[in-house]
Design a protein around this ligand. Structure first.
Ligand code: C2R
Length: 342
């Protein structure tokens, strides 16, 4: 049986991060393959593993590497399938590896997760596959529950046990909360979404970042993928934001475009089990929000692309949808060839 996921490590010394990914895939009962190969030390081995793996039916690749982590980019060179990159903390806290993985040029995105976050890479890979596997989707929702239950349990195990004279916690009555259980507020004054049948939902935190969303749209148009765009801020307009995400429940992928602390992507992952792609934007002062987009806690990955790189977010969405749609694979091929001849 061909596994659907291939994990490739830059070195045997990255195995601890791979263990985190394998723990999750074992829990989710998703078969995977594990290989070690380096873009720098064994480029031919990468080419062979990846081309043969793609031909055999691998649907998602996960590249795990530290230092100048060119491995995920090298994987992307040999496959039309989505590549998830996990930077490993070997030196500089892993920032070197993170920058090498996330800042890929158009049209070769790497879906980057946080430093050492093998667990989130596995969840993201499973989210891609679950778009066509209802049973896996159910198992992912259960896994999400495990992370949520940990929070509830900490309230009991840690907070309840604190014995201090002025701590007062028993004035709230919180009961029966459900993850993903937020209901659409039908009485909301504004129509929540224009095109609720769209395959991709693009959410922009503020008007200033709209040009980046337009770039996403240009590429999605070329790939013939339908989308809906909404400018809504989860902090200033919480109710509208929640309504919008819920209204787009048929969307297969969400793309959050955000500067200023990345509340948009963080807000979306809290409301859906679908894959979320994050485009960190630079603000007027030139500060970027890559770290606040990518550094998500375990359980809630955001597939981060390069700063202001809306086009790569669209290509990544295309690659995810192309797993089961050869037409999109063909259009993506044309897009990449065209870029090269430019
Ligand atoms: P060694 O422990 O083998 O010296 O490797 C590996 O992923 C590892 O984290 C040290 C670090 O070098 C990384 N490495 C890469 C690549 N190959 C090895 N980043 C690559 O091709 O990108």
């Amino acid at each position: 049986m061909t596994p659907k996921i291939m994990i490739i490590l830059g070195s045997g010394s990255d195995i601890a991060v791979a263990e985190k990914a394998m723990d999750i895939l074992d829990k989710l009962e998703v078969p995977y393959s594990l290989k070690i190969a380096s873009a720098h030390r064994t480029p031919n081995l990468i080419r062979e593993i990846v081309t043969q793996g793609s031909d055999a039916g691998i649907e998602v690749f996960i590249g795990i590497a530290g230092l100048a982590a060119h491995l995920p980019g090298a994987i992307a060179a040999y496959t039309p399938r989505p590549v998830i990159g996990v930077p490993v903390n070997v030196k500089t806290g892993g920032i070197d590896a993170l920058q090498s993985i996330v800042q890929m040029p158009y049209p070769s995105p790497i879906a980057t997760v946080g430093i050492d976050r093998g667990d989130n890479a596995a969840i993201l890979a499973a989210q891609f596959i679950a778009l066509h596997d209802e049973e896996l989707r159910e198992r992912l929702i259960d896994l999400r529950w495990d992370y949520a239950k940990k929070v509830y349990r900490s309230n009991e195990d840690i907070v309840q046990k604190i014995d201090r004279p002025f701590i007062q916690n028993d004035f709230l009555r919180i009961k029966n909360l459900e993850i993903n259980g937020v209901k659409i507020d039908e009485s909301a004054s504004e129509v929540s979404c224009k095109n609720s049948d769209a395959e991709v939902s693009i959410i922009v935190g503020r008007q200033t970042d709209l040009p980046i969303a337009k770039n996403v749209g240009i590429i999605l148009d070329r790939l013939k993928i339908s989308y809906d765009i909404k400018v809504v801020c989860p902090i200033r307009s919480t109710k509208k934001f929640t309504n919008y995400v819920k209204c787009m429940k048929k969307a297969k992928i969400f793309i959050g475009i955000s500067s200023n602390s990345s509340q948009v992507t963080g807000g979306i992952v809290g409301l859906t089990e679908k894959p979320v792609i994050g485009v960190p934007c630079a603000n007027e002062r030139g500060e970027d929000y890559m770290l606040t987009t990518v550094s998500m806690p375990p359980g809630v990955p955001v597939a981060t692309v390069g700063i202001n790189n809306g086009k790569n977010a669209a290509v990544l969405a295309g690659e995810i949808l192309a797993i089961h749609d050869p037409n999109i694979t063909e259009l993506l091929g044309k897009l990449k060839d065209k870029k090269i001849t430019l």
